[in-house]
Design a protein around this ligand. Structure first.
Ligand SMILES: [Cu+2]
Length: 375
């Protein structure tokens, strides 16, 4: 097609795509809401807040393509750097991960991993050293009709949120939670899958002792894995979730539900001693059964060894009453801040197309554009 026509098509597709993808806004643990990294705001602030989410260059709400599976970008998204703070969660409890939005067309699995940060905490750990073990995986739920009903569809139905349970038996300590949606709408062709990883720092408390084996982030997937190079438009759809095996003591069949915040908390920093927020302190012993995810009781914590020093002055865990989180979505009303202008789907696919041309492989670009315009 003539170049100018394609350009116009791209611009139009971009316009519809600008607000189409998503990122995690916050996490909620037992009713306490911790803000996450906001790629549409924080990169434009002089002093962005310390949050529990890793910073990344996904200002376009974009994705990581399979040709970056061996690069550091797959670990916690593009050019990610450590979160400065963390949230506290008892082993066996659940973390609700709230996305701002997710496009219906971007069907795919939702996968969660943990990686221990060792004794140093997660704010300074080298992400390349992290070894992730899978604690949750949900892929195709019903493939009788193409493109199927997927974990991503369940997430959308769950107010764009996902509930993940921390294994009850893992040793207490600092962990990175790696949460990921893999969009498969273009995954029938090589390098067409789209990974949207998001990372959060957690301090897991409890009396467990398990130290599950993990794999490096750069070894989680390869571009030709069955669950990465996967067509979803022919019924009956079948699917094999990619990545390492699920941790043997991972909670299975976690019922998805919406967590509502009853309070907000700043990210903890340093050797902070989490202060009781609302509910009386109760030491939670690990249990293999699902713990309730009451939205009314605040997170209660009993800190595992080593014995923490007194909290430094800058340490805060403040709570304040807040209304239930609003579900407003952030469009292009960026209040004067730069509006992301890149179109992730088309940029990625355009790049891909150029590479294919370099390889002498022709490729029906119209089909791609059609998919992305639906996106
Ligand atoms: Cu898209």
């Amino acid at each position: 097609m003539p170049r100018f026509t394609k350009s116009i098509a791209s611009v139009l597709a971009c316009a519809s795509l600008a607000a189409a993808h998503g990122h995690v806004k916050h996490i909620i643990i037992n009713g306490v809401q911790y803000p996450s990294f906001d790629p549409t705001n924080h990169p434009y602030m002089q002093n962005p807040p310390t949050v529990v989410g890793w910073t990344a260059a996904n200002t376009d709400n974009g994705f990581i393509a399979p040709d970056e599976f061996a690069s550091g970008n797959i670990i916690c998204h593009k050019s990610a750097t450590n979160a400065g703070g963390y949230a506290v969660v008892s082993a066996g409890d659940k973390v609700y991960i709230q996305w701002d939005q997710w496009p219906e067309s971007h069907h795919g699995p939702v996968i969660d991993y943990l990686a221990s940060c060792g004794s140093s905490g997660c704010d300074a750990v080298n992400k390349a050293d992290l070894e992730f073990f899978k604690i949750s995986e949900v892929g195709l739920i019903d493939g009788s009709q193409a493109p199927g009903f997927w974990a991503s569809d369940q997430l959308i139905a769950n107010n764009a949120g996902w509930l993940v349970q921390i294994p009850s038996d893992i040793a207490p300590g600092h962990y990175v939670l790696r949460h990921e949606i893999i969009a498969l709408h273009a995954a029938g062709q090589p390098n067409g899958a789209q990974n949207y990883p998001q990372c959060f720092n957690l301090l897991v408390t409890g009396s467990g002792s398990a130290v599950p084996q993990g794999v490096k982030g750069t070894a989680l997937y390869t571009p030709n894995d069955k669950g990465i190079l996967a067509g979803i438009y022919n019924a009956p759809v079948a699917y094999e979730i990619p990545g390492p095996a699920l941790y043997s003591n991972a909670a299975r069949n976690v019922q998805q539900s919406v967590s509502v915040a009853t309070s907000t908390a700043s990210a903890l920093t340093g050797d902070a001693v989490p202060v009781e927020t609302q509910a009386p302190v109760t030491t939670t012993t690990s249990s293999s059964s699902s713990s309730s995810s009451s939205a009314t009781s605040a997170s209660t914590t009993s800190i595992a060894p080593p014995p923490p020093p007194p909290p430094p002055p800058q340490t805060t865990l403040t709570t304040s009453a807040t209304a239930a989180p609003t579900t407003t979505t952030r469009g292009n009303g960026n209040g004067g801040r730069p509006v992301p202008t890149r179109c992730p789907g088309l940029v990625g696919l355009g790049f891909d197309k150029r590479r294919r041309q370099a390889r002498g492989v022709s490729k029906p670009e119209k089909a791609v554009e059609t998919v992305e315009m639906v996106a």
